[in-house]
Design a binder for this molecule. Structure first.
Ligand SMILES: *Cc1c(COP(=O)(O)O)cnc(C)c1O
Length: 394
């Protein structure tokens, strides 16, 4: 909820990342209402799954109620068990760490790389080779005695994690890779879509993502067994076509036909959405290039990012960040810091972290700027003006 003070300023509120409806959605949602197919069965669910699978380049896709639900069932589908350890990016929204906890496994957080801001894969290698013992193909964390069974890289802000070394490590140590591609639909790593590089990839369609269904998610995979198991888990693990017989504990994680209809409409303008994000990011970079004291997320040469959010780092003392953010808010402009690194989160305070200082530094200096698909040039210029007006103190 936006505060009242934000609404009372002279200038209209410019939000961080709001849903953008192209208009086509209306027709499809109306079709659901007219036909009565409003719930968890219906042709739009199948169609939405098929279109997302095609977009990402995987053989299968299973729709879920949220990205968090997708992460939960993807971990189960990939075979992660209670008592296992899972390597998770520390500089991330909390959902992937929560999902690891839902299955009774333990997150081991991995610091961000100073150049890409993404999971530092060298720390993963050092951990597996120096701090784990091998039990057959399996890695056992020597400090805890627990098996390390999966890696959950989070491709933050529309930019990929350096996946090749992770894929090699996963092969050498028998680890499942579950990608959190919720912020990066449409981005590629060396030509392959994010979400298609591990055993399973997870997407989100909540209100601030590139494609929204109001709320929703998807698991994408090339593995038929994983796809089947994930779908089974999202439908209460009902194992008999007519009788209510369930062969394991499942979940009610199905996306509704209305939501999927919204998603189908959104996908028709998918490339326009990506283009808008890229244009917004380029405009910030070009226009603010001369401004000393701020940095943008670098772009690795193997990356083709989608710039879900344009985030800057302020070089000045972190205390200045809150001053700058208040300046934006006084002008009716919504900006946000990145997430508290998860190894600092009270919700995950008993978890270990490999490194952590880089994520803490990025967090302390970060400000995400308005990046909505529908952001007008005029509004973006206002954001730039407000940033410039603070630049004397940067
Ligand atoms: C948005 C997001 C999710 C999933 O969010 P839902 O709101 O559950 O759809 C998961 N991980 C990251 C990094 C996200 O940004």
């Amino acid at each position: 909820m936006r505060s009242k003070t934000t609404r009372l300023v002279n200038h209209p509120t410019i939000s961080l990342s709001e849903p953008h409806l192209s208009g086509i959605e209306w027709e499809y949602v109306k079709d659901c209402l007219d036909s009565g197919w409003v719930s968890s069965a219906g042709s739009y669910v199948d169609r939405f799954e098929g279109e997302v699978a095609r977009l990402v380049g995987t053989r299968y896709a299973v729709a879920t109620t949220s990205g968090t639900a997708a992460l939960h069932v993807a971990l189960l589908g990939a075979g992660v068990k209670q008592g296992d350890e899972v390597l998770v990016s520390s500089l991330s929204f909390v959902a992937p760490a929560n999902a690891v906890t839902y299955v009774g496994a333990h997150p081991v957080f991995v610091d961000a790389h100073p150049y890409t801001w993404q999971m530092d894969v060298e720390l993963v290698e050092a951990f597996l080779t120096e701090r784990c013992a091998k039990d057959g193909a399996r890695a056992i964390n020597t400090a805890t005695g627990r098996p390390v069974t999966a890696i959950l890289p989070v491709h933050i802000l529309g930019h990929p994690v350096d996946m090749d070394p992770l894929v090699n490590l996963a092969a050498a140590f028998d680890l499942a890779i579950i990608e959190d591609a919720t912020e990066s639909l449409g981005a590629t790593y060396k030509g392959t879509s994010l979400g298609a590089l591990g055993i399973a990839g997870c997407l989100s369609f909540n209100g601030n993502k590139l494609v929204t269904t109001g709320g929703g998610g998807m698991v994408v995979t090339n593995d038929e067994g994983v796809a089947h198991h994930v779908r089974h888990l999202t439908t209460q693990a009902k194992s008999h076509p007519t009788e209510y017989i369930h062969d394991e504990v499942g979940f009610n994680y199905r996306l509704s036909n209305i939501q999927a209809a919204l998603g189908c409409g959104q996908l028709e303008t998918f490339q326009d959405r990506v283009n808008a994000k890229v244009r917004i990011a380029e405009t910030y970079r070009e226009t603010l290039r001369d401004l000393e004291g701020i940095r943008f997320m670098p772009e690795a040469e193997w990356a083709n990012p989608v710039y879900w959010l344009s985030t800057i780092l302020v070089d000045a003392a972190p205390a200045f960040r809150s001053e700058l953010m208040s300046g934006f808010h006084r002008n009716g402009i919504e900006v946000r810091p990145l997430w508290q690194p998860l190894h600092r989160s009270p919700a995950h305070s008993d978890s270990d972290c490999l490194g952590g200082e880089v994520a803490e530094d990025i967090y302390a200096r970060s400000v995400s700027l308005p990046s909505s698909v529908g952001l007008s040039d005029k509004d973006q210029q206002r954001v730039i003006e407000v940033l410039r007006s603070h630049s004397a103190t940067l």
